[in-house]
Design a protein around this ligand. Structure first.
Ligand code: PDD
Length: 285
């Protein structure tokens, strides 16, 4: 059965939703996006995703065509129309279409807003039991990784290389330090149980799951160090894991074929995953 998707004010069957070949999202990746998890038919971390969307679009001067309340209503309608219980909502906001290809743009273009649902099992994920393998990979992205744009070719190439190497994902490296995962934030746990992750800057995406996890880790009185770490430090770590809206927390059990800790999903990673999911479900809207 076809999904019902949202395009510029209309709810349409996916095959009926059409975007111009001149849309700047298509021609220049002149677009921002968000992925929000859905559990029990409700939005997870909605406020955080909305705030980041507003920030990303503001940084690029792309106008938000709807208010936060309207966006919430659109997402709820999509969940209902598609009978979505578990999975996610993908949202993309492009600068729009000026009827031709031109690098420069006017500030008056009407943006394009698209949303669609993706039904997926998030809680019962086999990756939680097995953990994932990652490879280190050169971070060749631009210098505004804090803006969630759809310029994702470096991530696609990196993930493709990871799959070719028998791994699920990458940890990106810049100047010898881990920036983040291919589409996730990266963490290690040291032998003395310190949770280490890269501090927020323009070098990484400010993960919404990361923000919630850090708040929970603080409540749990964990020692947290927001600092740079090298891939060599990660090889020696007791645990490693990633976070994102599509994975919540997934343990990393090997980096560049070197087992991390016992080579099994880490205790703290699994604990944080459980607590995150429990809290996120309670706060879902
Ligand atoms: N990606 N870092 C990068 C580069 C990401 O693409 C993502 C999310 C994250 C985690 O952010 P959050 O916790 O807000 O999902 C970090 C989404 C899931 C994607 O592109 O599909």
């Amino acid at each position: 059965m076809e999904r019902i998707v949202y395009l510029n004010g209309e709810y349409l069957a996916e095959s009926a939703a059409k975007i111009s070949v001149f849309d700047r999202g298509f021609l220049f990746a002149d677009a921002v996006y968000e992925v929000t998890a859905v559990l029990d038919g409700k939005l997870i971390d909605h406020e955080g995703h909305l705030a980041r969307l507003e920030r990303s679009s503001k940084e690029l001067g792309i106008k938000m065509p709807v208010t936060g309340d309207e966006l919430m209503d659109i997402q709820r309608q999509l969940i209902e129309k598609n009978g979505l219980v578990e999975g996610g909502i993908y949202l993309q906001l492009t600068r729009g279409d000026e009827g031709d290809r031109d690098f420069s743009y006017s500030d008056e273009i009407a943006p394009t807003l698209v949303l669609f649902t993706q039904s997926r099992s998030l809680i019962e994920s086999p990756k939680t039991q097995t953990g994932i393998k990652v490879i280190s990979f050169d971070d060749i992205r631009w210098r505004r990784r804090d803006i969630k744009t759809t310029s994702l070719l470096p991530a696609c190439m990196a993930k493709h290389a990871a799959h070719a190497a028998g791994a699920e994902d990458v940890w990106l490296i810049e100047d010898g330090f881990v920036t983040e995962g291919g589409s996730s934030n990266a963490y290690i746990v040291t032998d003395d149980n310190v949770l280490v992750t890269r501090p927020l800057s323009n070098d990484i995406l400010h993960g919404i799951t990361r923000a919630s996890l850090m708040a929970l880790a603080k409540e749990m009185n964990l020692t947290i160090e927001e600092r740079l770490f090298t891939i060599d430090e990660a090889y020696q770590a007791k645990e490693a894991f990633i976070s994102s809206a599509t994975t919540f927390v997934w343990p990393v059990v090997a980096i560049d074929d070197k087992p991390i800790g016992s080579g099994k999903p880490g205790e703290l990673a699994l604990k944080l995953r459980d607590i995150y999911i429990k809290t996120a479900r309670e706060l879902a809207v």
